[in-house]
Design a protein around this ligand. Structure first.
Ligand code: HEM
Length: 420
């Protein structure tokens, strides 16, 4: 998914009057305590299509209303995913392209449709459901590994373990390799200014090097896994090139990793800080988990934004948008829009209907959403029923990213118990 974590905040930020209104959507500090919901609310009310300046760049339109985000996400003819879905324009080593090859997240139909078709069968609701008991077993194994200690870093030891194991199984890789690759995605999603020079392109290259080895491995020893099926698949009448495979690989590792992890960590944080809501859930966990999980998705919105680029002169509401303009959809803001959600700043696990947009929408709507839901349910069930006295003693440190929202680490305590 995301390749470059954010743009650099710079000297020529918004003028002070604008900055008061906007904070700075390019500054990781704006997201340092989670989604800036007050800023979102001001923007939505005063400037729902806001021109945010961009140091060294052309600026972008920031969308904070649900209706606008929804409309743009569904309108690929006017709002393209090319050349990239990141605010910064593509650069060398950013992983969105490789020679002639492109990641499908950054393609438009019909090309995108052909690529998505290659793997969508693996991610349907029934296909995901078939993995349910295996996911529950993985969740049990993950909680077993910490349960006797009575404390752990929830982000690294529990929430992060699940998606890295799941993607490893899906691709037919050793579980430990999944964990290593997932560490690389953390670097890839960090704000460049918080990382040593060159760390992000190096992490992308390390990912490609691993995937190149996997190509050789799967050619030599084909397996019943997604990597083997991708290598044998045909797109537009031909096999995938190696660079196309590498970009698919990067997308899958990247898209399902810290998104799911962050939802789990932010979700447990929200439940712990709202004991009444947690009590409501625990009174009938099996029956209420569905609704609760959807509300946690709305609440946490782990993907902060996706960018589109206007293909022609058009309008969003009263605002004229010129061909070539960057248009950025803020999912966390859309998910707090009072025009769509009653009392949006209230965590209401019983909320129904709950048409949140945490998985995006339109042609690129999250392909892994059914799998993600099952991963989330498996961990929540295991943690909520086994980790008695679960507490988060301090406010967790948040990720330095303008793109992905969630705690960076989250020390937790619970009553030690025996492994199952
Ligand atoms: C809580 C967890 C997750 C969240 C919040 C999330 C969110 C998103 C969002 C917002 C998009 C972009 C949608 C748009 O542009 O409208 C997306 C795309 C995508 N997601 Fe997820 N995702 C999650 C988990 C996963 C998992 C577990 C996988 C797979 C293992 C996955 C695979 C993908 C892929 C492949 C795409 C690109 C789809 C395309 O370009 O057609 N995601 N996701």
């Amino acid at each position: 998914m995301a390749i470059v974590g954010s743009n650099r905040p710079g000297a020529d930020r918004a003028t002070s009057r604008e900055a008061n209104l906007t904070g700075d959507l390019l500054d990781p500090a704006t997201f340092a305590q989670g989604h800036p919901i007050d800023l979102y609310a001001r923007l939505r009310a005063e400037k729902p299509v806001f021109r945010n300046p961009e140091p060294g760049g052309s600026g972008f339109w920031a969308l904070t209303r649900y209706a606008d985000v929804f409309a743009v996400d569904h309108d690929f003819q006017n709002f393209s995913s090319e050349p990239t879905i990141m605010i910064a324009d593509p650069g060398i080593g950013d992983g969105g392209t490789l020679g002639e090859a492109k990641m499908m997240l950054m393609m438009d139909p019909p090309h995108h449709t052909a690529f998505r078709k290659l793997i969508r069968g693996e991610f349907t609701k029934p296909a995901a459901a078939g993995k349910g008991s295996r996911l529950q077993a993985l969740a049990r194994q993950i909680v077993n590994a910490v349960i006797e200690r009575g404390e752990c870093d929830f982000v690294a030891d529990v929430a992060g373990e699940m998606p890295s194991y799941v993607i490893a199984e899906l691709m037919g890789m050793p579980l430990d390799d999944g964990r290593e690759l997932y560490r690389l995605t953390e670097t890839i999603h960090s704000a460049p200014e918080t990382m040593p020079d060159g760390a992000i392109p190096q992490a992308v290259m390390a990912m490609f090097t691993y995937a190149t080895g996997l190509i050789a491995e799967k050619h030599a020893r084909p397996g019943d896994d997604l990597a083997t099926r991708l290598l044998n698949a045909e797109v537009e009448g031909r096999r995938l090139t190696d660079p196309e495979f590498l970009l698919f690989f990067l997308l899958l590792i990247d898209a399902g990793g810290d998104t799911t992890r962050n939802l789990l960590s932010s979700g447990l944080l929200a439940l712990t800080r709202h004991p009444d809501q947690k009590a409501w859930l625990m009174a009938d966990l099996d029956a209420r988990l569905d609704l609760a999980r959807e509300e946690l998705l709305r609440w946490a919105s782990p993907v902060i934004y996706m960018r589109r680029t206007a293909t022609r002169d058009t309008r969003i509401g009263d605002t004229a948008i010129a061909a070539g303009d960057k248009v950025v959809m803020y999912f966390g803001a859309a998910n707090r829009d009072p025009a769509m959600f009653d009392q949006p700043d209230r965590l209401d696990l019983a909320r129904a209907p709950n048409e949140h947009i945490a998985f995006g929408g339109g042609p690129h709507v999250c392909l892994g959403q059914h799998l993600a839901r099952l991963e989330i349910d498996a961990i929540l069930r295991e943690v909520l029923t086994r980790m008695d006295g679960f507490e988060i003693p301090a406010e967790p440190e948040w990720l330095a990213s303008t793109f992905i929202s969630g705690p960076k680490s989250m020390p937790v305590r619970f009553r030690p118990d025996r492994r199952l």
